[in-house]
Design a protein around this ligand. Structure first.
Ligand SMILES: C[S@@+](CC[C@H](N)C(=O)[O-])C[C@H]1O[C@@H](n2cnc3c(N)ncnc32)[C@H](O)[C@@H]1O
Length: 291
């Protein structure tokens, strides 16, 4: 017999799997920290996303990863990376575009009609901002509107739990493929093309817009949010779907508490306010106005 046939086969990392018990421990941890539900059907997704972490940490298998994660020191060091890995950050410029039309045609005119000051400051909050595409879409349409009516100012805050997407939002650099939904005139005004030959084509948001948008880390599961309580418009789109009903209601109540009366809360089209028990009226699909 050939000698090598007697050797134990080398462990191929890609054949190692995230076992059911380890997955359940991770799922409990993630739900406890970030409110994100990870039902058994998500095990393969989590396994795939954590493989990169195993490689980055030089670990051989998922048991070693869990051994590291579930120690006090390991958790403190790894939690941010784990949250980055398990969050779904899919977003787009001009995603669910009717909301931006409603913003320009109805929300802003209605809000401005209630204000007495000259050039009032409108405060907007993209409360699960991902990489900033939603916040910068708001900035583009509002600068465009300001050029037409010149009677308001605005500031936008973007918050998210994932540090990886916040870093991209702060750089404001995006792959060129992402800008297809941006109308050509807005592309020409607000996006700078990268000119480095031989690299993937990228665009950067112009400084004029970057100055109007700031980003900050926030876990929506926190009991209170350290932000202003006279916000005009909150975009909370495509994040409630990841939470339990009880957490959805608590997040909506806290955010509505940050809106001024008459302010708007905008959800994703597949999300609802059922069971949240807040004093709002629905004014358009997935758009609610605080009473
Ligand atoms: C699918 S993206 C939606 C982005 C954007 N609002 C949109 O509709 O295009 C969901 C975002 O919610 C964030 N997220 C998930 N759980 C969160 C939490 N507990 N606190 C804050 N952000 C959270 C994720 O990191 C992710 O970037």
């Amino acid at each position: 017999m050939h000698r090598s046939a007697l050797k134990a086969p080398a462990v191929d990392r890609h054949e190692d799997h995230l076992g059911g018990i380890d997955f359940q421990r991770i799922a409990r941890l993630v739900e406890g920290e970030a409110g994100i539900k990870l039902p058994p059907a998500k095990r393969l997704m989590v396994e795939g996303r954590l493989r990169k972490r195993l490689r980055a940490l030089g670990l051989d298998d998922f048991s070693a990863y869990c051994a590291l994660l579930f120690t006090q020191d390991g958790l403190a060091r790894e939690l941010t990376h784990l949250i980055d890995a398990v969050t779904t950050n899919k977003t787009d410029f001009f995603r669910e575009p009717e909301h931006f039309e409603f913003l320009v045609d109805t929300m802003v005119p209605t809000l401005l009609a209630q204000r007495r000051e000259r050039q009032p400051l409108l405060k907007l909050w993209s409360a699960a901002s991902s990489n900033g595409a939603e916040a910068f879409t708001l900035a583009m349409v509002l600068v465009d509107l300001m050029a037409k009516r010149n009677d308001f100012r605005f500031a936008i805050l973007g918050t998210d739990i994932s540090t990886a997407v916040l870093a991209q939002a702060q750089r404001a650099v995006y792959p060129a493929e992402m800008i297809t939904p941006v109308p050509p005139d807005l592309q020409a005004r607000f996006l700078m093309q990268s000119r480095r030959p031989g690299t993937r084509r990228e665009v950067r948001i112009v400084p004029e817009l970057r100055r109007l948008v700031s980003f900050s880390h926030l876990n929506l599961m926190d009991e209170s949010y350290p932000y202003d309580r006279d916000v005009d418009i909150v975009f909370l789109r495509n994040v409630l779907i990841y939470f339990e009903k009880r957490d959805q209601a608590a997040v909506v109540r806290r955010l509505v508490g940050h809106l001024r009366p008459g302010g708007y809360l905008v959800l994703g089209h597949s999300e609802s306010m059922i069971g949240t028990n807040v004093a709002v009226r629905q004014v358009a699909p997935a758009v609610f106005q605080k009473l």
